[in-house]
Write a new protein. Structure first.
Length: 256
């Protein structure tokens, strides 16, 4: 199905915020170690789109890593996230109003018309569109980060926007988690990791104690290290702490 001109136009009617939130890309600590030698994030083949793509979320490091791994103290499988400066990103390839993979899995079907697909909820491919989605369905960036949409009346002539609002406000199965409300931003080109592109790195405190990793973050990236204590839980549960660290950083730096 093609992109919905109604949903795209509905979002386009709202103004973007003057300050955009950082883009969040979650990975694991093993990948962080790999990036020390070649500090760039590369697109990978995504069969669902038949393209090489790199995924981020607008503001929220909500991706849940390794859901098949039980509780472990091995930091290699625990979460790391890069908070990327929106002012220094390459051209955006695609913006979707939610996690597109969960839509493919049918996790949103209880809130959707059967004719709607992930393409229905694509908007203009630029970072301002992510902010416009926030403006359309939330009172501000803080409520977006907290997952608290407003309940403004949406016209009957906007069925896509009505379904999206219902998705945001409904209680879905746990496997859908809060990615239903994370704006997804896709790139088709690599993102170099350097002092211009990286604002902060969220990682286990144990990993930051390693001199090579500390030097990479402090000296090469000139980024803020936001550490959490890895207590040996499930890697898929790290996202809760990751979001807390990110949102606190946004507050302290005037982004919320």
């Amino acid at each position: 199905m093609t992109i919905s001109p109604r949903f795209r136009s509905f979002v386009r009617e709202h103004s973007a915020h003057s300050m955009l939130l950082p883009l969040a890309h979650s990975t694991d600590n093993k990948c962080l170690i790999d990036l020390l030698e070649a500090p760039r994030l590369l697109p990978k083949h995504r069969p669902e789109y038949e393209e090489d793509l790199f995924f981020t979320y607008y503001g929220r490091p909500s991706y849940r890593l390794h859901p098949d791994i039980d509780a472990t103290s091995v930091t290699a499988v625990h979460a790391t996230a890069f908070l990327l400066d929106p002012r220094h990103m390459p051209l955006v390839h695609r913006v979707v109003a939610f996690d597109s993979g969960a839509m493919d899995l049918g996790l949103y079907k209880s809130a959707m018309h059967r004719d709607f697909t992930k393409q229905t909820f694509e908007v203009d491919p630029d970072l301002e569109s992510a902010s416009r989605i926030v403006r359309a369905f939330y009172d501000d960036h803080e409520d977006y980060c907290a997952g608290k949409p407003n309940r403004a009346t949406v016209s009957e002539m906007q069925p896509e926007a009505q379904c999206y609002q219902d998705l945001l406000t409904s209680k879905l199965a746990a496997e859908a988690d809060d990615r239903k409300s994370c704006v997804e931003i896709q790139f088709c080109s690599e993102i170099a990791l350097n002092a211009d592109t990286v604002l902060a790195v969220i990682l286990p405190k144990q990993s930051y104690k390693e001199p090579t990793i500390r030097s990479f973050i402090d000296n090469e990236l000139e980024a803020k290290a936001l550490t959490y204590i890895c207590t040996g839980g499930k890697p898929s549960e790290d996202a809760v702490m990751m979001k807390e660290k990110a949102f606190d950083f946004y507050f302290r730096t005037g982004r919320l």
